[in-house]
Design a protein around this ligand. Structure first.
Ligand code: MRU
Length: 357
């Protein structure tokens, strides 16, 4: 199964699948202005750390096209100003700032007037995409050996249970959080990419899909990908994960990352940290999968990672349905930080790493 959720249009604009409407509707948007791009990233029409870096670079090119006749000075000033605005659309995923830095550097290093700089920026955006697609595949390959059955007392006791995890037919039970597949990257995915590749190779797999409150990237997006790929899976409320681990029904946890600090602390979708704690308690290996573009060498530890706080209504009115009294305030951090000591390894395109990187 291959799935593409963004592309160039025939006129050099950016088109992308609006992820806020999935799984109910597949509607493609066209983006040709910085305003529309910032809105699309902020509203999570496109999301996932690598995907927002790539589409930000492509969207910047799309927005710059009508200014290609400008002088070099005017055009490069515009590139810097637009890149700064786009970078501010979401604060946590380092891939966004990383991609904008690459674009600004490339503009500065390209001789000539606006048209020449624009051509170089288009090549740079395409390179960011191509590199991510290749990195995802290499990462997924390095992750294959991690899909192993866990043999513990809880697992042996679970052997008596019925169902996908209890039946002792060699099925590996993976638990994942949020969406880290095609829809989050420029290729097969990171954590979910490992699953997709194993599925393509006919491995016996079953995926526990955390629904991922409050925006349901797990039940809306990961489950949608797994249905298309024909990979057995079960959607669970986030709160069910620890109990499944206690009963030996999870062999390995695979999650993605939005930013990895120098000491190995990881910012990822809210709910990742409690999963890691539960995994440590029940000795379930907990791996983070991410390309090198998600590592932030400028960031010493998780304390320095800016955590995006989103509108309270996403909690009190999920999918537009009132779920809390009007008068109740809500706190809605989009990410949390998992400390390095809870992480068994970091699956990257270079192999499975451990800090110091
Ligand atoms: O708010 P989102 O949906 O952009 O959050 C996405 C995640 O937390 C992913 O796990 C992370 O970006 C890695 S995607 C390969």
């Amino acid at each position: 199964m291959r799935l593409q959720h963004f592309d160039w249009t025939s006129s050099g604009g950016l088109t992308l699948l609006d992820q806020t409407l999935l799984p109910g509707e597949e509607r493609w948007l066209e983006i040709s202005t910085v305003d529309a791009l910032v809105e699309a990233i902020g509203a999570l029409r496109v999301r996932g750390a690598p995907a927002i870096g790539i589409t930000a670079a492509m969207g910047l090119v799309a927005a710059l096209r009508e200014h290609a006749r400008e002088s070099r000075a005017a055009f490069t000033t515009r590139v810097e100003r637009d890149a700064a605005r786009i970078r501010g659309a979401r604060p946590t995923a380092v891939n966004l700032g990383w991609a904008m830095d690459r674009m600004v550097r490339r503009a500065g290093a390209t001789p000539g007037e606006g048209g020449a700089v624009l051509a170089a920026l288009e090549a740079e955006a395409q390179a960011i995409w191509d590199e991510d697609r290749a990195a995802c595949l290499r990462l997924a390959e390095h992750g294959q050996p991690l899909l192993a059955r866990m043999v513990t007392g809880a697992r042996l006791r679970a052997g008596a249970d019925e169902g996908e995890a209890g039946a002792d037919d060699g099925t590996v039970n993976v638990l994942t959080h949020c969406n880290t597949g095609f829809l989050a990257t420029g290729g097969i995915g990171t954590a979910l990419g490992i699953v997709h590749l194993a599925g393509e190779r006919g491995r016996r797999l079953h995926v526990w899909v955390d629904e991922t409150r409050p925006l349901l990237q797990g039940s809306r997006l990961t489950a949608w990908e797994l249905v298309r790929a024909g990979i057995p899976h079960t959607v669970i409320p986030d709160g069910a994960a620890a109990g499944l681990m206690a009963r030996g029904r999870v062999d390995v946890c695979l999650v993605g990352a939005d930013r990895i600090a120098r000491n190995g602390d990881v910012a990822n979708k809210i709910g990742t940290y409690p999963l890691a704690i539960a995994a440590a308690r029940h000795r379930v290996p907990f791996y983070v999968a991410a390309p090198k573009s998600t590592f932030d060498p400028a960031c010493g530890s998780g304390d320095e990672i800016p955590i995006e706080e989103r509108r309270p209504e996403e909690v009190t009115k999920p999918l537009g349905v009132r779920a809390a009294p009007d008068a109740s305030p809500a706190f809605n951090p989009a990410f949390d930080v998992t400390s390095a000591d809870l992480i068994a390894g970091y699956v990257t395109e270079e192999g499975v790493l451990r800090p110091p990187f």
